[in-house]
Design a protein around this ligand. Structure first.
Ligand SMILES: Nc1ncnc2c1ncn2[C@@H]1O[C@H](COP(=O)(O)OP(=O)(O)OP(=O)(O)O)[C@@H](O)[C@H]1O
Ligand SMILES: [Mg+2]
Length: 263
């Protein structure tokens, strides 16, 4: 088990972008970082069974930017949590590169998350008693080849606030700290669950700009859940979930910058 965990932590970080941009939306990318087959997550509470995710097939290419849309309860967070190793499927297969996550034990999933995944949630989950720099250092202290705290803060344009406490920051600034914390370990995957859900228009755009920049400059494979369909314009591919299934996948003709989006 340790072997597999070490193996997971050592997986290569670099890789060329695929030619997936030119392919039809439903064709699997040539070089998938994530691969799901008939992925199901069923919640059972007493007599009730909820098929939160049902027989989902999915391939995510290295460096891809995916936007996940769908009504409340359609299974978006369930899928993101499985991709990030926060939860395990009820059935089906899930692979990260050539490592099977669907039958991994808790320790292996923990190491997978620690080595490869950065999470950003709607509410920033910063530690209020620590400064901005200290919040980011929580991650850089335990990662293998992290950026420095200041490098991560520079990427989100927050160096001037490094010694402030979260309560002294605006919502958008707090979210940018959360992004700095998520990317400081140079994760291969950045998984964002409604990252702009609590932010106003201008601040939301600023946060999206940071996410787009990280995707493009670091080549970080990125999945963003949103209720805001306008954000789809930023994506390489847009997936719509309906009742736990992928209802359709679209490939916008051109990736827009957040500045070009309006809603
Ligand atoms: N722990 C749980 N126990 C039972 N049912 C759950 C649990 N978590 C989620 N569900 C159910 O699974 C379905 C999918 O939930 P999920 O959180 O993935 O939806 P979502 O698309 O993220 O919705 P939202 O946009 O509201 O965040 C919902 O019907 C939800 O009620
Ligand atoms: Mg959700």
């Amino acid at each position: 088990m340790d072997d597999e965990a070490d193996d997971l932590a050592d997986s290569p970080v670099e890789g060329p972008r695929t030619g997936a941009e030119a392919a039809p939306a439903n064709d699997p990318p040539a070089q998938a970082v994530l691969r799901a087959r008939r992925l199901c997550r069923v919640y059972r509470t007493g007599d009730t069974e909820v098929r939160a995710l049902w027989e989902v097939d999915l391939d995510v290419a290295r460096g891809e930017f995916i936007v996940l849309l769908g009504a409340s309860g359609s299974g978006k967070s369930t899928l993101l949590n499985l991709l990030g190793g926060l939860d395990r499927p009820s059935s089906g297969e899930l692979w990260f590169e050539d490592h099977c996550l669907s039958n991994a034990d808790e320790d292996t999933l923990t190491r997978y998350r620690r080595a490869h995944v950065g999470f950003v949630f709607q509410f920033y989950n910063l530690i209020p008693s620590l400064t901005v720099a200290e919040n980011v250092a929580l991650v850089t202290d335990i990662a293998d080849q992290p950026m420095t705290v200041d490098e991560a803060l520079a990427l989100v344009a927050l160096m001037p606030r490094r010694d402030h406490f979260p309560s002294q920051l605006s919502g958008g600034e707090q979210q940018r700290v959360a992004i700095a914390r998520a990317i400081a370990k140079r994760p291969q995957l950045l998984l964002c669950d409604e990252p702009t859900g609590a932010l106003d228009y201008a601040t939301g755009k600023r946060v999206l700009e940071v996410i787009a920049r990280i995707n493009q400059e670091l080549g970080t494979t990125t999945v963003v859940i949103t209720h805001n369909a306008a954000i789809s314009g930023m994506a390489d591919r847009v997936m719509r979930l309906v009742d736990g299934r992928i209802d359709r996948i679209d490939r916008p003709p051109r990736r827009l910058s957040p500045a070009e989006l309006s809603w």
